[in-house]
Ligand binder design. Structure first.
Ligand SMILES: [Zn+2]
Length: 284
């Protein structure tokens, strides 16, 4: 249970908990102690976790994890806008990266709760010209089409590309999307709110003025929780874990001036609206 809940002696935590809407639980960082990591996240009230993928090479591992922790780890498969070419070397995604992923997405389509992690990343070290940006756009457009065909939401990354990402999603007629760790301006985020999109807030909000401003503007009805573990933790350079979902929730409750219980209830309802397949994890 989160600290403030323990203090308040709130008992309803048995009935409801948090949902981590974006987590890289298949990362090698968790290979050695995944049981403990999952146990400690359950102790703070985590009910379910969406395991997102970055490339086809980790799809089978994500499916295996979802089978090892049924009703707790829910798989999302997709191709991230930044791909590793060799250790320490990365480039923007191209359609060829998606070709390797498509047969595996097709194979597991009935198990997926979303297509992700997909998106646009225009950080200068990954894109040097318009062709690179265009490749990323094509990969995202194709995955948006697949999500529509499968009636699945998108779990979306955008970095230095907030406006192009939201515009592309709207152009493609995407109705169900989670914008994770959105780094754009609040005014751009509000365009996403108008389109019915949700925004998930990671624990790094405690050290990010941009995310604090974003949360002030966003209606709670469009906010979800995430950890993006092992990245975006409350402390830089320290492995982030799903149990830190509390850090996001507590910070949002402070900024919004509502109870932690309210943040839990509303964000979990939001997650259920966006990802209806999570219903099997939420006990009435
Ligand atoms: Zn991520």
């Amino acid at each position: 249970m989160c600290l403030r809940m323990r203090e308040a002696n709130v008992l309803v935590v048995d009935m409801l908990g948090f949902v981590d809407c974006h987590c890289h639980i298949s990362a090698r960082d968790f290979d050695k102690d995944i049981e403990e990591v999952i146990d400690s996240s359950k102790q703070v009230g985590l009910l379910a976790l969406l395991a997102v993928a970055e490339h086809a090479g980790e799809f089978e591992k994500i499916i295996e994890l979802s089978q090892r922790f049924p009703g707790f780890i829910f798989p999302c498969l997709g191709v991230h806008p930044v791909q590793d070419v060799s250790p320490g070397q990365q480039r923007g995604a191209r359609l060829q990266d998606l070709n390797a992923a498509l047969p595996i997405i097709e194979k597991y389509k009935d198990h997926l709760v979303a297509i992700g992690e997909v998106g646009l990343d225009f950080t200068p070290r990954y894109v040097s010209n318009d062709a690179d940006k265009d490749n990323q756009r094509q990969v995202l457009v194709r995955q948006a089409q697949i999500a529509k065909e499968l009636d699945l939401p998108l779990n979306v990354h955008s970095r230095s590309a907030g406006r192009p990402t939201i515009h592309l999603l709207k152009e493609q007629g995407v109705e169900k999307a989670l914008l994770h760790a959105f780094d754009g301006k609040p005014s751009v985020a509000m365009e996403g709110v108008k389109a019915g999109y949700f925004f998930s807030i990671p624990p790094s909000i405690v050290r990010s003025e941009q995310k604090q401003k974003l949360v002030k503007q966003l209606p709670l009805e469009n906010i979800c929780l995430e950890t993006d573990s092992p990245a975006l933790g409350p402390e830089k350079q320290v492995r982030n874990e799903p149990k830190n979902i509390c850090v996001s929730a507590e910070y949002i409750s402070k900024v919004k001036g509502v109870s932690l219980q309210t943040v839990m209830e509303v964000t979990t309802q939001n997650a259920l609206r966006l990802f209806p397949k999570l219903k099997s994890a939420i006990r009435p």
